[in-house]
Design a protein around this ligand. Structure first.
Ligand SMILES: [Zn+2]
Length: 258
């Protein structure tokens, strides 16, 4: 994987890319990827993963890990505090953390590190992201860098979950609508708390997050403090190869399985 990242980086920089965004939705924190690009302002690394205070493998990826050596803020970790995290929390984090930061960064190439072990039915990840959720996240990222999007399938532990999730992503790459625009996504209480934690840390580096945090605090204040009643998440109901490299470039309309 290390060689792959270096190869991709060299290729993209050679092609003129100056800012590369990596979004990692594998259920495990990408500690290797984070370490490789630590200290670089060329690469913005955003990871959403189970963390549980460091108890979930590999234990890294806390929200306060933000990058170093002058590149603070170029590492963004969204560390879920529990298993079972589903579409709503992922899409909520996308809307309030991933997309605002990514838009300010303005990448000219985006890479999705697409492990599907956060998918519904995965016995190891034990999360609940549906094919529709993956499709919506892919769709949201497609527009960021003019459609210059590379999706790398890292794997997963349930072949059915992998195939249905990867199919949903590929359909979006081929131009299909993700089917549902979750504009009013309601997070779980733990998901909300994670997003608020990340916003408070990352707003020091990304000013665009200040109004986002203020809005969420006024909107969800009662849910963000202990000993108050639980948020009442609205559940969105959607219809429900280990190593494949999928390359998508909108300008050439090409999908290449390797
Ligand atoms: Zn994983």
């Amino acid at each position: 994987m290390v060689l792959l990242w270096f190869g991709l980086l060299v290729t993209m920089l050679g092609a003129g890319a100056k800012r590369i965004l990596i979004v990692d939705w594998d259920v495990h924190h990408g500690n290797g990827t984070q370490e490789i690009f630590d200290g670089s302002k060329t690469v913005l690394y955003i990871s959403l993963h189970r963390h549980e205070g460091g108890k979930f493998y590999p234990g890294t990826g806390a929200a306060h890990e933000v990058g170093s050596m002058g590149a603070e803020g170029y590492c963004v970790n969204v560390p879920w505090s529990r298993g079972g995290v589903g579409d709503n929390d992922y899409l909520f984090a996308f809307q309030h953390v991933v997309l605002p930061i990514a838009s300010e960064f303005s990448p000219d190439f985006t890479i999705i590190s697409a492990g599907f072990d956060a998918a519904r039915g995965d016995p190891l990840g034990c999360c609940d992201v549906t094919p529709s959720g993956f499709a919506q996240m892919t769709h949201a990222l497609t527009a960021l860098s003019g459609g210059k999007l590379l999706v790398i399938l890292e794997g997963g532990y349930n072949l059915r979950s992998i195939s249905s999730s990867a199919t949903a992503v590929i359909k979006v790459l081929l131009g299909e609508s993700p089917g549902c625009e979750g504009e009013n996504v309601v997070p779980s209480k733990s998901g909300l708390l994670t997003v608020l934690e990340v916003l408070k840390i990352q707003m020091k580096f990304w000013p665009t997050l200040e109004p986002v945090l203020a809005k969420l605090q006024s909107q969800w204040g009662a849910c963000a403090f202990p000993n108050r009643s639980e948020c009442n998440p609205i559940l969105l109901i959607f219809p429900a190869m280990h190593t494949i490299l999928l390359v998508k470039s909108v300008w050439s309309n090409l999908v290449v399985p390797v």
